[in-house]
Design a protein around this ligand. Structure first.
Ligand code: 26Q
Length: 841
């Protein structure tokens, strides 16, 4: 279909908006209405009859039934925002890891029971058809899932917050395991259509690339710039409704898709070059083709920069269009009524793009434009790894975004002038704080642009925020201490407890009511019940059920049979050296070695599950996956090991897998090198579902331990400060030599016990452990890790004591709701007022 931003729709009715056309009859939320609607879609819309052998069409029919019930609430909410003329926040993110929508939408609308029963009467099991929905995997991991949880909480708190992102044609790759190695397969998630989105071509925007800046004098004699000879791309918005929890609010996630402009094609087509015309169409469409599968920055990729600018420009123009439709050309209150939250540096080019729009298109002068920009932008940092800080070559910017480069240079000049006033003559500080890193290949430091252009800079857990202020951004912290703040992450308890763990939901609701679903602090009221043997019994039975469900998944996807009587020890997250999956493997090998030596007195049977994707170019991470699989193979096929120890690697870890994993987990592995994991959010999902954590003092683990108490958390490892200290004189060979357990583990690895027919393949991993410069210091934490694991194993044998710990973990998870996180953002950064939807006819 051809797209063009102008006149996409000729007005249907010239004179008055037609009320009759847009009025909506509220749809029934009862079993009967839902069943009727479902049958209508199945037969009339989808054209299916009789028995149906696939789950796909019933899924589709139900999705449309649910979606219809979102529509009227969506409209009422958006109308209420317009009428209230409220302040709004625009959450800009290159990733929104939404997972599945059906179950979540039904939960939030309050129609799960009605739909389940209605379908059951038709002979359909809801859970079975819900499995047909592909995950919307438009994110890598933590940062993308955080954005999705934020949207859920904002809708529940009735905050006028809109998500802006990219509609990738291909989401996060599907991971297959072949001969123990990761193989990446494309994820064409839109293949069977997406019932949760609405295309809105009438709000398309034009995004420019290339060309050059041209300067001219305007009618008042002021020098102005325009960006000319550009190659433009269209941005088509697709909106997804984001329902709040049973409150009538439905917010919006707007994702942009790239398309070529008509005239662009035509021009070349008319010049007789059909193939070039098609090629340029492809160029445009390539921008939103694929999600970059790295969860730390991959530097300098031109297409990635195009994606970032495409998102920033289309979104800002959309906000400006909306503003003008409500306020005309008057920008006086723009800063008062808008906020842009930048999800890491990825959308930071928005700082320069807003300046460009305000100056070149809205004709504001620099100072006025700058005031608006740095009063509306706010930046969230998600990493402490210096190598993950985004930098872009100035050269690339000059070619792709010349006008934005002008603006960044000017921002930097004015910024450095301020620095020079504060620290006169201190050229070292000036150079350190420059947005432009000088050198043979000058680079733009995106984090510095974000800090300079924002009113707020936040980290995502207490320790992380402290380390930003004291380390990575210390110069900026000295300059603007008031900009820096912490916002500890959270997760939404609606998806991560109420939806994914129905057994526990029912028990908790029966005990303390359902207030916790929209106010997680209330969950602490189950704490006293930890003393109640009857309650513990039921808690135990639910956990066993969930472990059986998880065991079934593991058997289906790994071919390994987990025994639900064993302790389920789980580490699922992206594969990264700093997250230390390798340390986990060393412990597994240690347990295996104990079994082989007959050291199994008072043994606690254990099932170890690992899962996660490695960036396709991250060689060592991929080798860790291979090692896990080889170790699992050896252990699982050794009759002497039997049920004492089982190991599995779950392929294709994703949101919908975590929904089965976290309810069935006993022990949550959060074992990163202290000071490296900004926050972690998987740790919170496990805690909420009653797992105990074995972890280091890193990220939000520290706050989890504070909440649940040190008795119910298995702590090990060096602190961030001790790590820094020990680096000076770190000798892993010595540590290994002095630790009999670790020596035997290294021995097994080094003599190729797990790679009998693949000689030498694990050498890079072995070398990394023995390297005195190993940044992750595995050897330094091994002994205390093994101790903590032993304590966990001992505790597990005392079932009642374990259950008390499990109940208290759930009971103390109140802080880790994104409802709290969003409250904090709103109180200290956004300052939005909640707006109730207006029910309309
Ligand atoms: C950058 C440039 C080019 C290509 C890709 C990227 C890129 C993409 C994704 C860089 C980083 C990410 C994702 C980072 C991430 O998920 N960080 C995690 O954020 C969570 C939410 O705050 C934290 O809990 C985790 O600690 C942090 O690792």
């Amino acid at each position: 279909m051809p797209h063009s931003s102008e006149n996409y729709f000729a007005p249907l009715i010239q004179s008055k908006p037609n009320k009759k056309l847009t009025s909506m009859q509220p749809l029934g939320m009862d079993k009967k209405s839902i069943t009727m609607n479902f049958k209508y879609y199945f037969a009339h819309t989808l054209g299916r009859h009789g028995p149906c052998f696939t789950t796909h069409y019933p899924y589709k029919a139900l999705a449309h039934t649910v979606r219809d019930r979102l529509m009227e609430r969506w409209k009422s909410t958006q109308q209420a925002y317009d009428q209230a003329d409220c302040k709004r926040t625009h959450y800009l993110s290159l990733e929104f890891l939404m997972g599945r929508s059906l179950g979540n939408a039904m939960l939030n609308l309050g129609i799960t029971d009605a739909a389940t029963q209605g379908l059951f009467d038709l002979g359909i099991i809801l859970e079975e058809i819900a499995e047909s929905e592909p995950d919307a995997g438009l994110g890598n991991g933590g940062l993308g899932r955080l954005a999705a949880c934020f949207l859920d909480s904002c809708a529940t708190l009735q905050l006028p917050v809109k998500g802006y992102g990219i509609r990738y044609e291909y989401g996060m790759f599907r991971q297959e395991i072949q001969n123990g190695y990761q193989v990446e397969e494309p994820d064409h998630w839109l293949r069977d259509g997406n019932p949760w989105e609405v295309e809105r071509p009438e709000f398309s925007q034009r995004v420019s690339f290339g060309g050059r800046s041209e300067f001219y004098r305007d009618d008042k004699g002021a020098t102005r710039a325009r960006w000319v000879d550009t190659r433009d791309v269209l941005a088509i918005p697709y909106d997804t409704p984001i329902p709040g929890y049973r409150n009538g609010t439905v917010n919006t996630l707007r994702l942009w898709q790239a398309a070529s402009t008509d005239e662009f094609d035509l021009e070349e087509f008319n010049a007789g070059s059909y193939t070039e015309a098609v090629e340029s169409k492809n160029h445009a469409e390539n921008i939103t083709m694929i999600l970059y599968p790295n969860d730390s920055s991959e530097n300098g990729k031109e297409l990635r920069l195009k994606q970032q600018y495409f998102l920033a420009s289309a979104s800002l123009k959309d906000v400006m269009r909306k503003w003008k439709s409500l306020h005309g050309n008057n920008l006086k209150k723009f800063a008062e009524k808008n906020c842009f939250q930048l999800n890491d540096t990825h959308p930071t080019i928005a700082v320069a793009e807003l300046m460009r729009i305000l100056m070149d298109e809205e004709r504001l002068d620099w100072d006025h434009a700058w005031q608006i920009t740095c009063r509306t932008m706010a930046y969230t940092n998600h990493t402490l790894l210096p190598e993950a800080l985004e930098r872009w070559p100035v050269k690339l910017f000059k070619r792709l975004l010349p006008r934005l480069l002008d603006i960044i240079f000017e921002i930097n000049a004015q910024h450095l002038a301020q620095v020079a006033i504060r620290w006169p003559g201190d050229t070292k500080t000036q150079r350190r704080m420059s947005i432009i890193e000088e050198g043979p290949e000058p680079q733009i430091r995106m984090a510095y642009l974000a800090i300079v252009g924002s009113m707020s800079v936040n980290g995502v857990a207490e320790l992380h925020s402290k380390l930003l202020a004291e380390g990575l951004f210390q110069d900026f912290y000295r300059f603007w201490p008031e900009k820096f703040n912490n916002k500890t992450n959270g997760v939404t308890q609606r998806r991560w407890l109420a939806y994914c763990n129905p057994g526990l939901r029912e028990l908790v609701c029966e005990s303390i009511g359902d207030g916790w679903i929209s106010d997680l602090e209330q969950i602490k009221r189950i704490a006293p019940l930890a003393k109640d043997a009857q309650f513990r019994r039921r808690w135990f039975e639910i956990k066993q059920q969930n472990k059986k469900r998880l065991a079934a998944l593991v058997e289906k996807d790994c071919g390994v049979r987990f025994d639900p009587k064993a302790i389920f020890d789980v580490q699922v997250k992206r594969i990264h050296e700093y997250k230390r999956q390798l340390l986990n493997v060393l412990h597994v090998i240690h347990l295996y070695d104990r079994i082989k030596r007959g050291d199994t007195e008072n043994w606690t049977p254990r099932c170890v599950l690992l899962g996660g994707k490695a960036a396709p170019g991250y060689v060592l991470a991929k080798l860790i996956i291979k090692l896990i699989n080889n170790v699992a193979q050896v252990i699982n096929s050794d009759p002497q090991v039997g049920n004492l120890l089982q190991v599995a690697f779950l392929p294709n870890y994703r949101v919908s897998a975590m929904e089965v994993i976290c309810p069935g987990t006993d022990l949550s592995e959060q074992i990163s090198t202290a000071g490296k994991e900004a926050s972690g959010t998987g740790n919170m999902k496990f805690m909420m579902n009653g797992a105990l954590t074995i972890g280091t003092l890193d990220g939000a683990n520290i706050e989890i331990r504070e909440e649940v108490g040190d008795k119910n958390f298995f702590l090990f490892g060096l602190t961030e400060e001790e790590i820094k200290e020990r680096r000076q004189d770190y000798q892993p060979d010595l540590i290994i030599a002095r630790d009999a357990n670790l020596s035997r583990v290294m021995d097994l690895l080094e003599k190729g016990h797990f790679n009998q027919f693949e000689p030498g393949i694990f050498k890079p991993l072995i070398d990394s452990i023995r390297n005195p410069l190993d940044p992750w210091m595995l050897a330094a934490d091994f002994e205390s890790y093994v101790d903590a694991q032993q304590q966990a194993a001992e505790r597990y044998k005392d079932r009642e004591q374990w259950l008390i710990g499990s109940i208290l973990n759930t009971a103390c998870s109140g802080k880790f709701s994104t409802d709290r996180t969003m409250h904090d953002y709103n109180r200290e950064i956004w300052k939005l007022t909640p707006v109730l939807p207006i029910p309309t006819q």
